[in-house]
Design a protein around this ligand. Structure first.
Ligand SMILES: NC(=O)c1ccc[n+]([C@@H]2O[C@H](COP(=O)([O-])OP(=O)(O)OC[C@H]3O[C@@H](n4cnc5c(N)ncnc54)[C@H](O)[C@@H]3O)[C@@H](O)[C@H]2O)c1
Length: 337
C-alpha cells in the first residue's frame, strides 16, 4: 500500500504508546483513524489530541478479547466511515515478567489471551469484511522482538509474540491473492505505558499471578521504557514497511542482521556439536556486534555506555523485578540467573 490519503485505519491499542504513534502518523498521511482501546482514560487523552488537530478520528472502547464487541466495533466503523478499514493495525498488548517456572494459568490466559487471542480476533473479525469489500488493503501487527527469543522471565509474552509472527506469515501468504498485504513489526524497547498493564490493566478473573508485581517493579519497568523508541519513529518504520510490502519490519539499522543472528541459534540447537558451540558461546563475553545490536534495541548510545543506563546497578535485584511472588516457597534462588 502506497497511498494512504482518504483511507480508513483501524488501530487496536491505538490510544497509547506504539498504537497512538501509528494513529498519529497514519492520520498525518491523510487517513481517517479509528482507535480501539480498552482504557477509556487513554481514549479520552488520544481523542483530545486528534480533536485539537481537527483530524478525522473515531474512538471505540474495545477489549480485543471480546469477540462480540469486536464484531460490533467492525459494524461501527462501517457506519461511521462508510466502509471496512483499508489498514488494520493490531497493536493492543500487555506484558508481565517473572520466572517461567512460576507462571500460573492466569499469567498465560491473560497475556496470551490479549497478545495472541486479540490478534486472532482482529483477523477473524476483519479479514472476511476486507475481502468482501474487494478493495485490497493492508494488515499489520505490532509483534515484538520477543518473537525471536525465548527468555527465562518472559515465557507467556515471548510465546504469544512468536505465535503472532507465525500466524501473520500464514495470512501474508493467504491474503496476497486478494491484494491484502501483511507486515509484522518487531520492535524491542518502546517508550510507552505498557508497564501500567500488569497493575492497572489486568482483569480480576486473571489476577492469580505467579510473579512479583509491585509498584516498585512497575516503576523499574517504566524507567526502562522511558528510554525506548519514540512511538512516532516506530510508526514511520511501519509506514515504510507497508509502502514496501515488507513482511518483517525490525525497526533498527541493523534489523536484518539481528534476525540472522537470532535465528543462528536454531542451527546450533539442531545437532550435538551445535549444543556444545552454544554452551561455549554462553561462557564468552558479548561480542562487539552483540553490544551494538543491544544498544540499538534498548535505545542507548554505545559510545558512552555498554549497558542500558536505565537499569541501576543492582536495580533488578533490589525491587525483585522478574522474580516469583514473595510467598513462593519452591523456587530455588540459586538456580536463577
Ligand atoms: N513497550 C515495549 O517496549 C514493547 C516492545 C515490543 C513490543 N511491544 C508491543 O507493542 C504493543 C503496544 O504496546 P505499548 O508498549 O505501546 O503499550 P501501551 O500500554 O502504551 O499501549 C497499549 C495499549 O493497548 C491497550 N490494551 C491493552 N489491553 C487491551 C485489550 N484487551 N483490548 C484493547 N486494548 C488493550 C492499552 O489500554 C494501551 O492503551 C503491544 O502489543 C506490545 O506487546 C511493546
Amino acid at each position: 500500500m502506497k497511498d494512504f490519503a482518504g483511507k480508513i485505519a483501524f488501530i487496536t491499542g491505538g490510544a497509547s504508546g506504539a498504537g497512538l504513534g501509528q494513529a498519529q502518523i497514519f492520520s498525518e498521511a491523510g487517513m481517517k483513524v479509528v482507535i480501539a482501546d480498552v482504557r477509556q482514560d487513554h481514549l479520552d487523552e488520544a481523542m483530545a489530541y486528534f480533536k485539537a488537530k481537527g483530524a478525522p478520528a473515531h474512538a471505540i472502547k474495545l477489549d480485543v478479547t471480546d469477540r462480540a464487541a469486536y464484531a460490533a466495533a467492525a459494524d461501527e466503523v462501517e457506519k461511521v466511515f462508510g466502509s471496512s478499514p483499508d489498514l488494520l493495525v493490531l497493536t493492543a498488548g500487555v506484558n508481565v515478567f517473572g520466572p517461567a517456572e512460576a507462571s500460573t494459568y492466569d499469567d498465560y490466559d491473560w497475556v496470551v489471551g490479549v497478545c495472541f487471542g486479540g490478534v486472532v480476533n482482529g483477523l477473524v473479525t476483519f479479514v472476511p469484511r476486507m475481502i468482501k469489500a474487494g478493495k485490497g488493503g493492508y494488515i499489520a501487527s505490532t509483534v515484538s522482538w520477543g518473537a525471536f527469543g525465548a527468555g527465562p522471565m518472559t515465557a507467556p509474552y515471548s510465546a504469544a509474540k512468536a505465535a503472532v509472527l507465525n500466524l501473520l506469515e500464514s495470512y501474508q501468504i493467504a491474503l496476497k491473492p486478494y491484494g491484502i498485504g501483511v507486515s509484522a513489526l518487531c520492535p524491542a524497547n518502546i517508550r510507552s505505558k505498557i508497564y501500567e498493564s500488569a497493575l492497572k490493566g489486568r482483569p480480576e478473573q486473571f489476577k492469580n499471578t505467579g510473579y512479583n508485581v509491585t509498584e516498585d517493579t512497575q516503576k523499574l519497568l517504566a524507567s526502562i521504557h522511558a528510554n525506548g523508541m519514540d512511538p512516532r519513529v516506530l510508526a514511520d518504520w511501519l509506514k515504510k514497511g507497508i509502502e514496501n510490502e515488507q513482511f518483517l519490519v525490525v525497526p533498527y539499522p541493523s534489523g536484518p542482521r539481528m534476525v540472522e543472528v537470532a535465528l543462528e541459534r536454531f542451527v546450533d540447537y539442531a545437532s550435538p556439536e551445535g549444543m556444545k558451540r552454544l554452551a561455549e558461546k554462553a561462557k564468552q563475553p558479548p561480542t562487539e556486534e552483540a553490544n551494538k545490536h543491544n544498544a540499538e534495541r534498548e535505545g542507548y548510545d554505545i559510545s558512552t555506555s555498554r549497558t542500558p543506563p536505565q537499569a541501576p546497578a543492582g536495580g533488578y535485584v533490589d525491587v525483585g523485578f522478574g522474580k516469583a511472588k514473595s510467598d513462593n516457597t519452591w523456587i530455588d534462588p540459586s538456580k536463577k540467573f
